[in-house]
Design a protein around this ligand. Structure first.
Ligand code: NOJ
Length: 764
């Protein structure tokens, strides 16, 4: 009855509004504008502000504060959406409160951090990016969406498209590495995977590109820290993935916690309005990050009312958790210090999203329990997760072809990650249940049964310091610490290793050693694990390091001393099976790094597309009065783009269609590549360009294209790239995106260091 009463004035307002000839909005491109404006005509100021409020239901808590009294607020029209709520029935019931018990019955948005899978968890995003396979990445987002929408989720806080060049920053695990070009491709693939072609379908959800902007450049890699950056670097290196996500139609963006040019992003009108809306044409909404609005008080921007006004007038539409909007904006409008226009604009974009998602047609369209029972964590999805994980692994070293291993004999499986399920899914897998994941031991047992004998010993804890270990065992994960002295653990492991034909050392970081609020000042292998590794190597047995990590680690010692290293990141629910597939050769590794691995922590930031200095070193380190260190060379241990295979790929010289081009001509770059090994394999062929002379200084090389190609054993293929002047563009000193005539070096290779090269001249 109540809904009918509401419907009558609603329809009346709609007719009146649409008959008004002066109404500009009638010409607007969104099919929902009339509906949105008609609904807004019925809303009180409080109800409009209520739509801007995004409390946390408290199922999952990552911040300092929790929202309270949510159900009463929903009834009161004071909530626009909710996150951290799990379970289709719970979501349905909460939606029912909004629809049946609030005055206007406006449905809620239900959000979650579905970052790399839902219940079926895929590798952490950094690992996913190492597949360099955009179809595969899109498919993982699609599967995550299929599962999440079956359980009521309509909005995911993903993709994280922050470029990161500082591996101390734990959140590097959540992104696609250091490169703007690759990061933009991944951003597009993920937005496509989440949103599909029709947002109103019950199996697509709205994406949220985050954290806008520059969050990955936190000083000293310390999470939430200050950022200070030139516009040229921003535009060329940090903003492109956001622009790509916007171009791909991302429905929302999330503000970052850091400041930009002295103003916190949440309150930056330049960022949220001038750049995002006016320059890029974004027409979705911006959500603050967790308590980001009131955190501006601590940044020193004023009291609650002041920071709320700053944020809303900057263009941050929705307030996550801090409740500054619901607590202060009405008063600010009433005392004349805030124009209602800002609230109307924000409310309009949020309501538009709800229409686009189809929630006004059927608020329960994402709450179908039969879908939840049939479409989540299915065997098909898990099979896909297993295959994806195997493709994300990067083979860093394989001396004397230790890998792949024989499917027979005795294997010593040693290390804190050997028989461990809780660290498999990786950071930010909030819907996943780690208890359902497959450990390395389980994976080998499932693949090989009694073909091999597994001898297991833990060998060490993750860290010696129990407090540190507790800090990385968040979200209910047990530490399962072995409190016997280190020497005893090592002795036991060595005794086990002595009985085996080969040692698999499953070691590295805990999954929550990386992720939010997980910065480190030392990115080397934890000391105790290094000592265990050393003792195992001294047995003289062949040894493979199966490395778990959420960030690039400093592996100089390991590269020098360990014969084989397979980087497996945190591979998701099926990690153990995928690891077995690669170790025993059922899958040939094809992952390539998307971040540079430095020699030590002091070299950070170290990235492939750096600028020249006036004093570059020539061929060798050390040279006095040149740009280098006294104690280590400038080289990384593993460069961007690096990754081995059980096959070997030989690159021929570059063939160019022309060396002298003008205007909008196209350049064809062809390279003959041969798989000279005896196994089929995939290779990621990377094309880099260097602009030799520019109006501003230009990087020594920049990725501009890549192809992942499958080769049969012994097969030769010619791989061709097409380059146009668009690929030569960069943001110049006027922040214009353009290219300049001159000489360009074209490079093609299997990583950013080992490339074939040729020169062209290109004139406007
Ligand atoms: C804080 C994180 O910075 C952000 O990435 C996440 O989406 C929100 N919390 C919500 O959980």
């Amino acid at each position: 009855m109540k809904k009918i009463l509401v419907a009558v004035p609603f329809i009346l307002a709609l007719i009146l509004w649409s008959c008004n000839p002066n109404n500009d909005k009638a010409k607007s491109s969104s099919p929902y504008d009339i509906k949105v404006d008609s609904l807004m005509a019925l809303m009180t100021l409080e109800e409009k502000i209520g739509q801007l409020n995004l409390p946390s239901a408290g199922d999952i808590n990552t911040g300092l504060a929790q929202s309270t009294g949510i159900i009463a607020q929903i009834k009161d029209g004071q909530v626009g959406g909710l996150f951290n709520i799990r379970g289709v029935e719970k979501i349905r019931q909460t939606q029912q409160v909004a629809v049946d018990e609030s005055r206007l019955g406006i449905p809620l948005l239900f959000a979650m951090d579905v970052i790399h899978g839902y219940k079926t968890v895929f590798p952490i995003p950094l690992g996913l990016s190492c597949t360099w396979d955009m179809d595969l990445i899109e498919r993982t987002a699609r599967i995550a969406t299929q599962e999440a929408t079956a359980e009521g989720i309509v909005w995911t806080f993903s993709p994280m498209v922050d470029i990161a060049r500082d591996p101390r920053w734990g959140r590097i695990a959540e992104g696609s590495g250091e490169d703007a070009y690759l990061g933009s491709e991944v951003a597009r693939a993920m937005v496509r995977g989440y949103q599909g072609d029709d947002l109103s379908a019950n199996n697509t959800m709205m994406s949220c590109a985050k954290h806008f902007a520059l969050y990955g450049a936190a000083e000293a890699g310390r999470d939430y820290n200050t950022v200070d950056m030139s516009r040229i670097r921003m535009y060329n290196d940090y903003l492109p993935p956001f622009k790509a996500a916007v171009e791909e139609g991302a429905g929302t963006l999330m503000a970052s916690f850091n400041e930009i040019d002295g103003i916190p992003a949440t309150g930056s009108r330049w960022l949220m309005t001038e750049l995002l809306r006016d320059e890029w044409g974004f027409d979705g909404f911006v959500v603050a990050d967790y308590t980001g609005v009131t955190e501006m008080i601590m940044h020193g921007m004023g009291d609650t009312a002041t920071v709320a006004k700053l944020a809303i007038s900057a263009g941050t539409d929705m307030d996550m958790v801090s409740e500054a909007y619901v607590n202060t904006l009405k008063q600010s409008v009433e005392d004349g210090s805030l124009s209602i226009e800002h609230i109307d604009r924000a409310c309009r974009t949020i309501l538009k999203a709800k229409y686009e998602l189809g929630l006004f047609d059927d608020p329960y369209r994402y709450c179908d329990s039969s879908r939840s029972a049939n479409e989540v964590f299915t065997s098909e999805n898990r099979a896909e997760a297993r295959s994806v994980a195997a493709q994300s692994f990067v083979l860093l070293k394989n001396e004397n072809d230790i890998l792949p291993l024989k499917k027979s004999g005795k294997i010593a499986l040693i290390g804190p990650m050997a028989d461990n399920v809780e660290n498999m899914p990786g950071t930010w897998s909030v819907a996943g249940d780690f208890k359902t994941s497959v450990s390395v031991k389980m994976g080998i047992e499932r693949l090989l049964g009694d073909q091999v004998e597994i001898l297991h010993a833990r060998g060490s804890n993750i860290y010696t310091d129990p407090d540190l270990e507790a800090r990385v065992s968040t979200f209910g994960k047990p530490t399962r610490r072995d409190n016997r002295p280190e020497e005893v653990l090592i002795k036991e492991a060595v005794a086990v290793a002595m009985k085996a034909d080969v040692i698999l050392a499953a070691m590295g970081e805990a999954s929550e050693s990386a992720g939010e609020s997980s910065s480190l000042t030392n990115i080397e292998m934890p000391d105790n694990q290094r000592r265990l590794l050393d003792a195992l190597l001294k047995t003289g047995k062949p040894l493979v390091l199966v490395l778990f990590n959420g960030r690039p680690m400093a592996l100089k010692w390991e590269q020098e001393n360990v014969p084989a290293i397979l980087d497996v990141w945190f591979g998701g629910t099926q990690a153990g099976e995928a690891i077995a597939d690669v170790l025993f050769g059922d899958v040939n590794p094809s992952g390539k790094l998307t971040t540079t691995f430095p020699q030590n922590t002091g070299q950070i930031p170290l990235y492939y597309n750096h600028k020249m200095t006036g004093r570059p070193i020539t061929d060798k380190w050390f040279q006095k009065f040149k740009t280098n260190y006294l104690d280590v060379s400038n080289e990384p241990v593993y460069p961007f783009g690096f990754g081995l295979s059980y096959a070997t790929f030989d690159y021929g010289d570059i063939q160019l269609s022309s060396t002298d081009l003008s205007g909008g001509a196209e350049l064809k770059v062809a390279v003959e590549i041969t798989n000279s090994g005896d196994r089929d394999g995939k290779e990621v062929i990377q094309l880099y360009i260097r602009d030799m002379v520019g109006s501003i200084t230009r990087p020594v090389k920049e990725l501009r294209d890549f192809q992942k190609v499958e080769f049969k054993a012994g097969e030769t293929k010619t791989v061709t790239f097409t380059i146009t002047p668009d690929d030569l563009k960069f943001y110049n000193a006027d922040l214009k995106h353009d290219w300049e005539s001159g000489d360009f070096e074209i490079m093609v290779g299997g990583n950013s260091r080992d490339v074939k090269s040729a020169m062209v001249t290109w004139t406007k």
